[in-house]
Design a protein around this ligand. Structure first.
Ligand code: UDP
Length: 324
């Protein structure tokens, strides 16, 4: 049994990670300010004697220090997530992402605690390579386009984690997540699958941004969570970056059609220009596929759930919650 500390533990991925670790017998403490997390994601854990929840901010350094000192392993998931948020609230997003990680790494280093830092496929930027290996270049757009601030803030987090590993021998692992989805993900911050499913269940038009020809690979959170644990616990993962995601590629237009078919909805598809969906001059990534060789060869990572499984799980959860 290990003692685990998770920042952002009431978020979509953090709450599934808490469930996974508690199910195998660990003690889990989480910290979440409920800015984008949701208490309902973890309310079922109330009363579990191996679970502690602190609703507070990472800037409460004394608390973060205590929770890290008490833990064996640290998972840092707290962040302002997603491109839409950085466009709408850039100052908050940049500060949260950079200073939050700095605080976690500082105390992880003080107490020599292995720490996993979650990053994002956004750090590859607007490279049109398609399939990305961890050592590929990041190609960012200009600073006047705020969407790149999200990628830049996560790239700084990566540099910091690698610097702590290099200079201070802190065991850090970086995971670049590619479109993790599944039950509990909210559509509030623009994520496509919960939005499409909600729109389909309500019979509203599905809002496809651009021409819908852009593709993504969606990974089920139940495949992603064990990979996070496997990587942090593997001694050879330290000081390295890993892509984690799925290689099943789908265009956003096909995704919309599949959601309509699966839900039996009468919804139509509405194309919305990027300028209207996000901001003037918005640049989207056309293709983004993870090369998974590194995680596969180290921990045997292989996603088991298909896009079909994902859509069924998300639809079932949304139906049960909304009664639609
Ligand atoms: N998207 C869309 N309609 C929506 C939300 C998103 O067409 O209501 C598109 C978005 O422009 C992107 C893709 O779906 O091309 C995935 O978006 P998401 O925000 O889920 O993740 P991203 O890959 O942008 O991080």
């Amino acid at each position: 049994m290990s003692k685990i500390f998770i920042t952002g533990g009431a978020g979509f991925i953090g709450s599934h990670l808490s469930d996974f670790l508690l199910a195998r017998g660990d003690e889990v403490s989480i910290l979440d300010d409920l800015s984008t997390g949701d208490y309902r994601n973890i309310s079922h854990l109330e009363g579990n004697p191996r679970f502690r929840c602190f609703i507070d901010d990472l800037r409460n350094e004394a608390l973060v220090e205590t929770l890290i000192r008490e833990a064996d392993h640290v998972y840092h998931l707290a962040a302002s997530v997603g491109v839409r948020l950085v466009i709408e609230r850039p100052t908050e997003c940049l500060i949260n992402n950079i200073f939050g990680t700095e605080i976690v790494l500082k105390f992880a280093c003080r107490y020599r605690r292995p720490a996993l830092i979650t990053s994002t496929s956004e750090v590859y930027g607007k490279s049109n390579k398609g399939t990305f290996e961890e050592s590929d270049d990041s190609i960012m757009g200009p600073t006047c386009k705020s969407r790149w601030g999200y990628a830049a803030s996560k790239a700084i987090d990566e540099f910091l984690a690698l610097a702590y590993h290099e200079e201070k021998a802190l065991p850090t692992v970086i995971v670049r997540l590619f479109n993790t989805v599944g039950p509990r993900q909210t559509g509030r911050y623009g994520m496509v699958i919960p939005n499409f499913v909600r729109q389909a269940l309500r019979g509203e038009p599905l809002t496809v941004f651009g021409d819908g020809g852009q593709t993504r690979c969606f990974a089920h959170v139940s495949d992603v969570v064990p990979a996070l644990v496997g990587l942090l616990e593997h001694p050879d993962a330290r000081g390295k970056v890993f892509n984690v995601g799925s290689q099943e590629e789908v265009s956003i237009r096909d995704l919309a059609e599949r959601v309509i078919a699966l839900t039996g909805s009468s919804s139509t598809i509405r194309l919305i220009p990027y300028d209207q969906a996000y901001s003037e001059g918005f640049e989207d990534m056309l293709r983004r596929i993870p090369d998974l060789s590194r995680a596969r060869s180290l921990i045997g990572y292989q996603p088991k759930r298909s896009l079909e499984d994902i859509l069924k799980d998300v639809t079932a959860e949304m139906r049960a919650k909304s009664g639609l």
